[in-house]
Design a protein around this ligand. Structure first.
Ligand code: PGA
Length: 258
């Protein structure tokens, strides 16, 4: 728990890995490795591919495994002629609690704009789920000294028109693009500084409510670097890609305090 009472949140982003049969094994193994103390110390989330959601929901609910379900994306409309898309109410019906919105892979590979991210954030809130809003700079932007400017504009766009009580429930993930899947992570100090600057943006929008909003770091988080990241006062958790696929590694990340 941070000094002002923000509960850490560690989320697995499986991306396009693990079919629903593998998912059962991974979640079962993870549940054998995590104990009540671990769930009491941090919120644990798995965001699998859409095709795994129902399977994991059934498993966690029948075995009382307190892992929350996340989705990796959604459309902003409730229904309609949008071939290939999945809507927020469909996710809510599966007891999905979190939806990752604006991941850099969606922005870079699938053309997601700040406007789409904002529409998705609002749609997720409308269906009582929590968005995990991703922001982060490219290597060029970082080297040009434009990190703060980039995350500032992404955060302002994502939260445009979002009211304080909703923003309070939101999770932000600061994910420098150059650190994703590259094995190059930001130093804990650098990540802390940028996250403090994101919190500054949220403070300018929501006043002291910003102190309650959880901000994760993501980008090559591993069992070996999580404790140093989590020791930073502004870092409230992690969004973990590659290292979340293996239940042993992910359990070690969740148990960073042990
Ligand atoms: P990574 O991915 O941990 O594999 O760097 C993080 C993410 O993209 O959320």
């Amino acid at each position: 728990m941070s000094a002002v009472g923000r509960m850490p949140i560690i989320a697995a982003n499986w991306k396009m890995h693990h079919d629903h049969l593998v998912a059962i094994q991974v979640v079962q193994k993870l549940s054998y490795r995590l104990e009540a103390d671990d769930y009491a110390a941090c919120d644990v989330v798995i965001a699998p591919p859409f095709t795994d959601l129902r399977t994991i929901q059934t498993l966690t609910e029948s075995d009382n495994i307190p892992i929350a379900l996340g989705a990796q994306n959604c459309h902003w409309k409730d229904d309609g002629a949008f071939t290939g898309e999945v809507s927020p109410p469909m996710l809510a019906k599966l007891n999905v609690s979190y939806v990752i919105v604006g991941h850099s892979e969606r922005r870079q590979l699938f053309g997601e704009t700040d406007e789409m991210v904002n529409a998705k954030v609002k749609a997720v809130f409308r269906h009582e789920m929590t968005p995990i809003v991703c922001v982060g700079e490219t290597l060029d932007e970082r080297e040009a000294g434009r990190t703060d400017e980039r995350v500032d504009s992404q955060a302002r766009a994502a939260f445009d028109g979002v009211k304080g009580p909703e923003a309070l429930r939101c999770v932000v993930a600061y994910e420098p693009i150059w650190a994703i899947g590259t094995g190059r992570n930001a130093t804990p100090e650098d990540a802390n500084t940028t996250i403090a600057s994101i919190r500054g943006v949220l403070r300018s929008l929501y006043g002291d409510t910003a102190d309650q909003i959880r901000i994760q770091y993501g980008g090559s988080v591993k069992p070996g670097n999580i404790a140093d990241l989590m020791a930073m006062p502004e870092i409230d958790g992690a969004l973990v890609g590659g290292a979340s696929l293996d239940p042993d590694d992910f359990a070690r990340i969740v148990r960073y305090r042990v």
